[in-house]
Design a protein around this ligand. Structure first.
Ligand code: PLP
Length: 387
């Protein structure tokens, strides 16, 4: 019988009827690394926890269900999910395409592997027709998309770009870390693979580093799992348990992130110290219409630009409701300077091409009381204005 409950309810209730022995409401953690065979030749199901583990499988099934995939592998980090995907779907000598403004660690991984001669790399603006028209005749084997992008919150027209990539023969992966399946489901829009840094919104509490790679078909899932086991990238049981606990509140957290981010974006958009605000929830944002079509909310991430680095430093110094820290997706608000923090792996010319300026700040908006956030950020912007 199909499960008619909404995704949010399914996330909240994942694994609750799982323990047949004691009927514990919250599912137990299986920390054992190995499992006894009932008799020779008769596998216990889970055999060794690098290959599979009951707690990790429960999280994998939950995330796959939320994303509408056939299955998933849980990895030790978002980078481990990307590494697994590249090993599985980028044949030697093939062409791989990534967004020119992707997460800095993603850029570093793909650039380093291409530098080793594993594949050829194209860095593409997937919001620009000319850039894409030059890519498709080169027949990429693997295309990675990130929408919204990090840190400029640019929106890629996922159904159109995925169709074009498929027509060119590519496997298409979408990094859905910024929105989570509560707000966007790339497989419904045609993607073959969804990547997550579960470190972010899925876990939601900044206390676990983890990742997930979701496959649209059983064949893709098997390939991802085979490579994860081979590379040793899977995540641990305790981390999986904590992530599943965080996932139960995904629905309410994402609503609060979106409401708070919208209010902060509106403050930024009218403040004289701010030269540009990047948030798809603003009606005049270039990605607004597309985001409305393919997302169920505008998300909890935004970035903005001040005059220069000195103004950015004045804004940052004295904030009490925003921690100066990398990462995102936790209940607490974080602010960072992409040029020297999250995107420091990109050389200055690559940052410039991606649109990352010295005066740019990125906020991962938390779920604190909005009046506190508005008051604190307004004071920071007023400081930025005073030279
Ligand atoms: N993808 C995106 C969009 C990210 O922002 C990050 C980390 O910030 C990653 C992947 C990598 O994830 P992790 O830090 O869990 O390895």
């Amino acid at each position: 019988m199909p499960d008619r409950r909404t995704r949010i309810t399914r996330a909240t209730r994942a694994g609750l009827a799982w323990d047949q022995q004691h009927h514990a409401v919250v599912p137990p953690i299986y920390l054992s690394t190995t499992y006894a065979w009932p008799k020779p030749g008769e596998s216990p199901g889970h055999e060794y926890s690098r290959s599979s583990n009951p707690t990790r499988s429960l999280l994998a099934d939950t995330i796959a269900d939320l994303e509408g995939g056939a299955g998933a592998e849980i990895t030790a980090s978002g980078m481990a999910a990307l590494t697994t995907m590249v090993a599985a779907f980028a044949p030697a000598g093939s062409l791989v395409a990534i967004p020119h403004d992707c997460y800095g660690g993603t850029w570093r991984l793909f650039t380093a592997l291409a530098g080793k001669g594993q594949f050829e790399l194209a860095s593409v603006d997937f919001t620009d027709q000319a850039s894409m028209a030059a890519l498709w005749p080169r027949k990429p084997a693997l295309v990675l998309l990130e929408s919204p992008s990090n840190p400029l919150l640019r929106i890629t027209d996922l159904p159109t770009v995925i169709d074009a990539a498929h027509a060119a023969g590519a496997v298409v992966a979408v990094d859905n870390t910024f929105l989570s399946p509560a707000l966007q489901r790339p497989i419904e829009l045609g993607a073959d693979i969804v990547i997550h840094s579960t470190t972010k919104f899925l876990n939601g509490h900044s206390d676990v580093v983890g990742g997930a790679a979701v496959g649209a078909t059983q064949e893709i899932v098997e390939e991802l799992r085979w490579w994860a086991n081979c590379l040793g990238t899977p995540g641990g049981a305790l981390d999986s348990y904590l992530t599943l606990r965080g996932l139960r509140t995904l629905g309410v957290r994402m609503k609060a992130h979106c409401t708070n981010a919208q209010a902060l974006a509106e403050l930024l958009a009218q403040h004289p110290a701010v030269t540009a605000t990047h948030y798809p929830g603003l009606p005049d944002d270039p990605g607004h219409d597309l985001a409305r079509q393919q997302q169920d909310g505008f998300g909890g991430m935004l970035s903005f630009e001040l005059a220069d680095l000195a103004a950015a430093k004045r804004c940052l110094t004295g904030l009490t409701c925003f921690s100066l820290a990398e990462s995102l997706g936790g209940v607490e608000s974080l602010i960072c300077h992409p040029a020297t923090m999250t995107h420091a792996a990109m050389p200055p010319e690559v940052q410039a091409a991606a649109g990352i300026s010295d005066g740019m700040l990125r906020i991962a908006v938390g779920i604190e009381e909005i009046d506190d956030l508005v008051g604190d950020l307004r004071a920071g912007l007023d400081r930025a204005r005073r030279s």
